[in-house]
Every structure is written in C-alpha cells, then in structure tokens.
Design a protein around this ligand. Structure first.
Ligand code: HEC
Length: 463
C-alpha cells in the first residue's frame, strides 16, 4: 500500500530467491592433481612429526563436518571419507576452510554479527588443524581403528500434513532452469500453523530448490488455476515467483532439507485455502520425472504468527568491470518487530551483503555475508532473536564483482540480472516487551500477537 513504510510482503509481489541457476562446477578426478600435496615432501620433512595427521586429527573433523555431503552418493562432487580420498584435496580443503566457503554457509557466524542455530561454522582451531595438515604434506599417521560416523540427519518428528505434487513432472528439456508451479490442496478444516517442515525430493539430482507459498484468497486461487489451465502438462511455468499474489511459507535449497521454525512461532495456512509449490529444476543431470513432497508439522495455534518480510534494493545500476560495486537502500520501520532469522539473497555477481538497524545512539547488525555463494542460500535462524523498533532505519548494502560484465547490470529476475534482498522471518513485536538491544531467545514473549488474530488486526504489508 502506497506510502506505508515497513516490511513488504514476500511472494509473487517480491523476488523470492528462486531465480537463478545452479552451480556448474565439476570435479573431474584429473583436476585434483593441481591441488595435491607433494607426497615426497611428506616423508622427508621433519616438520611433519608434530603436524596433525589424517587418522588422529583430520578424519574425525571431516566426519563430523564434511562427509554428510562429501561421500559417495552425497551431494558434493567428491568424497572425503578415506585417507586416499581426502589427501589429494588437502590444499583445497585448507583453502576452503580458511576462506570459510566450506562447510557452506553464507552468513558470518563469528559473533561479530549474530550467531545462528546449528551453523556449520568451523572453529579457528579446526581451520588451523586443516591448514597445518595440508602444509605438512597431508600425513596419514597411524590408523586409530575408530569408526567415524557423520552426525545424524535431522528428521521431522511428526507429520501432520503432506503436500505432494499431484503427478510426476519431467523438466522441459531446452530450459536449463525450469521453474514450475504446482497447485496443491492442503484441505484444512481450520486455520493451522506450520512449525516445522521436511522436504522429500523425488529426484534430488534434478531439483535445484523449491519454495512453498500459501494462497490467501479465492481470487488468488482462481488466477493460479487459470495459469495452470492455460498450459499443457501438470502445473504452470513460473519463473522467479508464483505470478499470483501469494505468501511465502517455506523454502529449501541444496544444503537444507527442512527444519524446525523458531519455537512459539509458525506460518499460517488458511482453512480450505490452496498452496503453490514452486519447483526449480535444473536438468544438468538429466530430465528425469520428479514428484516432490513437503511434510509439514502443524499446530492449531502458535504464540506468534510469523511472516516473511524483506528489505531490498531494487534500484540496482551496476557498472561493468569493477571488482567491488556497492549499492545500498534504507527502510524506515513502521513498528516494532522481532526478527528470528534471515536469508540473504543476491545472484551470481554478489560478493558481500550487510543489513543493519540503526536508531539514535546505536546500531545493530542484522546480517553479515563476507563471501556470498549463490548456491548456498537458505534461511538461518538467530541463536538470539533481534528486535527492531518503530523509527529504526534498516539499511541493506550489497557488494558485487562486475569484472565479468561489459554492460550495466540491473535488478531483475533473470540469471544475469541482480538482486539485493534480506528476507527476514518476522513476528510483530508488542509494545509490552520493548527492550533495548537483542532479545534473549524465549524471554518476554509478547502475548500481543496470538496466532488466531483475525487478519484485519495483523500488520499490513505492501503487496
Ligand atoms: C552441505 C553439503 C556440504 C558440506 C557439509 C561440505 N561440503 Fe564441500 N562441497 C559441497 C558441494 C556441493 C561442493 C561443490 C561446489 C559447490 O556446490 O559449492 C563442495 C565443494 C568443496 C570443495 C571444492 C571447492 C572449490 O573451491 O573447488 C572443497 C575443497 C570442499 N567442498 C571441502 C569441504 C570440507 C573440508 C568440508 C567440511 C569442513 C565440506 N566441504 C563440507 C558440499 C558440502
């Protein structure tokens, strides 16, 4: 709504992070020789004596932090499960650890700007271990005989509703990035709130990521049905967003198959309303038919109804040929809110991103991305939720490397366009629990925003 400052909604009205292609890296085994340590240096070097060894120091670290993906059949392009698998990658492993590009996580979890629930963030001592091991020539050491297990994968503890694609869908072949929207029928008798979700991909090799949206009115449902009816095959093509007014519920990318939403919060699905599942297929691995399902845990009521809002800079004009171009946008808060998590979003030129909230005399950091990797975007929830207050100025700054371009890059949904968005998982904050600075998780929950509040009483956001 015009003139209304504050969070804008996220859905068809905004660029959900669903509009660019996947990484194309391949790791032919011949590539690895360039990174392999010099095996001869290892035996002749006395320094290797007190250096970390694979079996004693490195294998447990790789097992706990890396091999859930870096194993045969995992999503990473090479395995790190044995000495022979890991040693050729020692130098590259050390570099990715130092640069903090592996394990993949876009946000700075150092504590300088929040820390995040379950962040896959290496301790400085782990980085030192991997670096020293690589420098020593990747010594094997003595096998310990211990069996190393990767941490168990998170699973949903209760499934109340499964939303599944009605029929299998095979991505359309000439389209490298096929975005397809499927209308689903939750069929709820009463409003309910999503509090956790787990994605079950039909074909993990062809799905890049997905986003589930709620449709809140019969008119929105009719628009979606018309789009569906106008196209052959199941669903309809929906590049970038659902193309109808819709509200973002949950999303998942390659490193993220679901999880619990912050305790006491949830995302509403209306009684009798439909939903849209937007699938992003990338058929670099072929176009096998996929039938994906999302399992939801629901509660009839939550203490605080959450929504996804955003701060975005849509006026991007990025001149070509520059290693670091920054653009920035401010947003004046129209009320008090609690922020529970953030999803930073840029496209392929994105390098760094920062979001701050400032008020006279203080500034808080909401998100800091030092080395953005498009492939690894996802929601991350704060260990301690952050409050922002009416009158605060939120500012997002995005930095891009345009050296690969020879023309100006602008905002847009295309892969070669750019975006600059911080998506936030938000609950309206009550005046009753106004506090300065971050709110400790779990304390002073506002009774002011019960999940059953009629929509007219919920805060209004631009569509
Ligand atoms: C969530 C899954 C996942 C985890 C956990 C993970 N990786 Fe990766 N890794 C990948 C994928 C996928 C790639 C391929 C490149 C990409 O998609 O970013 C990759 C690529 C790499 C590369 C090559 C990077 C390059 O620049 O060429 C190295 C080295 C690496 N990982 C090491 C590690 C180490 C060491 C750990 C643990 C400390 C780790 N990874 C944890 C999925 C993962």
């Amino acid at each position: 709504m015009a003139g209304h400052l504050g969070w804008t909604c996220v859905g068809a009205c905004a660029g959900a992070p669903s509009d660019a292609p996947s990484d194309t890296s391949t790791y032919a085994s011949s590539d690895t020789s360039a990174h392999a340590p010099d095996a001869s240096a290892q035996s002749s070097s006395g320094a290797a004596l007190d250096a970390p060894t694979y079996y004693r120091d490195v294998a447990p670290l790789l097992a706990s932090r890396c091999t859930e993906c870096h194993r045969s059949g995992g999503i990473a392009p090479f395995a790190l499960g044995t000495y022979d698998e890991a040693a050729p990658f020692a130098a590259l492993v050390a570099r990715t650890a130092v640069e903090r590009t592996m394990p993949p996580f876009n946000l700075d979890n150092s504590g300088a700007c929040n820390t995040y629930v379950g962040a896959p963030w290496l301790a400085e001592s782990d980085i030192a271990t991997l670096t020293a091991w690589a420098q020593a020539g990747a010594p094997a050491g003595e096998p310990t005989g211990e069996t190393l297990e990767s941490p168990s994968v998170w699973r949903l503890d209760r499934v109340d509703l499964t939303l599944e694609m009605p029929t299998p869908y095979a991505p359309t072949e000439p389209i490298v990035d096929d975005y397809r929207c499927f209308i689903l029928e939750p069929g709820l008798a009463e409003d309910a709130f999503v509090t956790a979700f787990e994605v079950r991909l039909g074909r993990p090799d062809v799905v890049h990521h997905l986003t589930l949206y709620a449709l809140d009115t019969a008119k929105d449902e009719q628009e979606a049905a018309a789009l569906d009816a106008a196209q052959d095959g199941p669903g309809y093509t929906c590049f970038g967003d659902t193309l109808v007014p819709s509200r973002w519920l949950v999303g998942s990318g390659p490193s993220d198959k679901g999880g619990d939403l912050p305790a006491g919060t949830g995302l509403r699905i209306g009684a009798g309303r439909k939903a849209v599942l937007q699938m992003h297929y990338n058929w670099q691995n072929g176009a096998a038919p996929d039938r994906t399902a999302v399992d939801l845990k629901l509660e009839p009521m939550v203490e605080r109804e959450a929504f996804i809002g955003q701060i975005a800079d849509k006026e991007l004009e990025l001149p070509p040929g520059l290693p670091a171009v920054s653009e920035s946008e401010a947003l004046l808060m129209d009320g008090d809110y609690t922020l529970w998590g953030v999803w930073p979003h840029m496209h392929n030129l994105g390098e760094a991103l920062r979001v701050t909230a400032s008020r006279p005399g203080s500034e808080s950091c909401l998100a800091q991305v030092n080395r953005y990797q498009f492939h690894w975007q996802r929601f991350a929830f704060y260990d301690r939720p952050v409050r922002v207050f009416g009158g605060d100025t939120l500012r997002i700054t995005c930095t891009y490397d345009t050296t690969s371009r020879d023309t100006t890059t602008q905002w847009g949904f295309g892969t070669d366009d750019e975006m600059c968005i911080g998506f936030f998982y938000i609950t309206p904050g009550g005046e009753t629990d106004r506090a300065d600075g971050p709110l400790a998780a779990g304390v002073s929950r506002s009774p002011g925003a019960p999940g059953s509040a009629p929509s007219s009483q919920r805060p209004r956001f631009e569509r």
